[in-house]
Write a protein that binds this ligand. Structure first.
Ligand code: C2E
Ligand code: CA
Ligand code: CA
Ligand code: CA
Length: 274
C-alpha cells in the first residue's frame, strides 16, 4: 500500500470499474435493442443560410432503453463500434433515414453518420447501394458524414468513399477542425462538404478572434470548391455572422432540435413554397 501510486489508484478507481461494468451491460443489451425496436432515428433540419429554407436533414439515432431511459449516442455508439454491432445499427439508421426522405417527397437530401468501423467493412459500398436500391432513393439524395480521423486512419476507407462518390453519393467531413489531418492532405480527400464543428460556431461573437477558425475553414472550402455546413447554431447572431463569412448551410437549435420525422413534415414539405 506504501507504493500505491498512480497505477494502483487507476486500477481501484471505483468510477472506472462501474463504467466498465456498465459498458459491458450496455453492450449486451445493444445486441437485442435493434430486434426489440428500441432504436429510433430523429432528424435535424439543415437550412440554406441565404434563403432560410431547409435543404436537408441529418439523421441522429436514439436508444430508448427499457430501464435506463434514453441513452445518448455519445454513450452507446463507441460501445457499438467496439462490439461491431454498429454495422447493423448503421444500416438500420440509413434505411430509416431514406424512408423518411421518401415520405417527404421533396428534393431534399439526408445526411447519415458513418462510423470508422463501418467504413472499414469490405462490403460497405455494396451494402449502402443495396439500401438505396431497396428504398428506391437516388444516390444524389444521400450524404455520408465521416470524421477526419476515420478517413485518415483507414486506408481502405478512402477507396470506399471514392467508390461511393462515383455512384453520386456525397461525402461530408464531420466535426471539421477538431481532427489532425494536414491541409495538404485534405486537398486529396474524396469529399464534397465540410461541417464546421459546433465548438467553433460557439466562439463566434462578432470579433476577429472569435471567427478566426470558422473563417479559415470557409475560405478553405471556397478554394477547394466544397460546401460548408455550420453545426450547433443556437443564436440569430451566429447565423448572421456565418452568412457574412460566406457559409452555405446551417444546422442547430436555432432552427430545430432533432425531432421525429413526422414532426418536421410541415417544415420539410414547405420547401417548394415558391
Ligand atoms: P454529430 O454527428 O456531430 O451530431 C451533432 C450533434 O450535435 C447531435 O447530438 C445534435 O443533437 C447536436 N446538436 C445539434 N444542434 C445543436 C445545437 O445547436 N447546440 C448543441 N449544443 N448541440 C446541437 P446527438 O444527436 O446527441 O449525437 C451525438 C453524436 O453521436 C453525433 O455527433 C454522432 O457523432 C453520433 N451519432 C448520432 N447518431 C449516429 C448514427 O446514426 N451513427 C453514428 N455512427 N454516429 C451517430
Ligand atoms: Ca454528424
Ligand atoms: Ca458534427
Ligand atoms: Ca460531434
Amino acid at each position: 500500500a506504501k507504493r500505491a501510486g498512480t497505477h494502483a489508484w487507476v486500477l481501484h478507481d471505483p468510477s472506472m470499474i462501474d463504467r466498465r461494468a456498465e459498458d459491458a451491460a450496455l453492450s449486451d443489451d445493444l445486441a437485442a435493442a435493434l430486434d426489440r425496436g428500441e432504436l429510433n432515428v430523429l432528424f435535424q433540419p439543415m437550412v440554406d443560410l441565404v434563403s432560410g429554407r431547409p435543404i436537408g436533414a441529418e439523421a441522429l439515432v436514439r436508444w430508448q432503453h427499457p430501464t435506463r431511459g434514453v441513452v445518448s449516442p455519445v454513450r452507446f455508439i463507441p460501445i457499438a463500434e467496439r462490439s461491431g454491432i454498429i454495422t447493423e445499427i448503421g444500416l438500420f439508421v440509413l434505411e430509416q433515414a431514406l424512408l423518411q426522405l421518401k415520405a417527404w417527397r421533396q428534393p431534399l437530401y439526408i445526411s447519415v453518420n458513418l462510423s470508422p468501423r463501418q467504413l472499414s467493412e469490405p462490403t460497405i459500398v455494396h451494402d449502402i447501394l443495396a439500401v438505396l436500391g431497396r428504398t428506391g432513393m437516388p444516390p444524389e439524395s444521400l450524404v455520408l458524414e465521416v470524421t477526419e480521423s476515420a478517413i485518415v486512419d483507414e486506408n481502405t476507407g478512402i477507396a470506399a468513399l471514392r467508390a461511393l462518390r462515383e455512384h453520386g453519393i456525397r461525402v461530408a467531413i464531420d466535426d471539421f477542425g477538431t481532427g489532425y489531418s494536414s491541409l495538404q492532405y485534405l486537398t486529396r480527400l474524396p469529399v464534397d462538404i465540410l461541417k464546421i464543428d459546433r465548438s467553433f460556431v460557439g466562439e463566434l461573437n462578432g470579433t476577429p478572434a472569435g471567427s478566426a477558425i470558422t473563417e479559415a475553414v470557409i475560405r478553405l472550402s471556397q478554394v477547394l470548391n466544397l460546401t460548408t455546413v455550420a453545426e450547433g447554431i443556437e443564436t440569430a447572431e451566429q447565423a448572421a455572422e456565418l452568412l457574412t463569412l460566406g457559409c452555405d448551410t446551417g444546422q442547430g437549435y436555432l432552427y430545430a432540435r432533432p425531432l421525429p420525422g413526422p414532426d418536421l413534415d410541415d417544415l420539410m414539405t414547405a420547401v417548394r413554397a415558391d
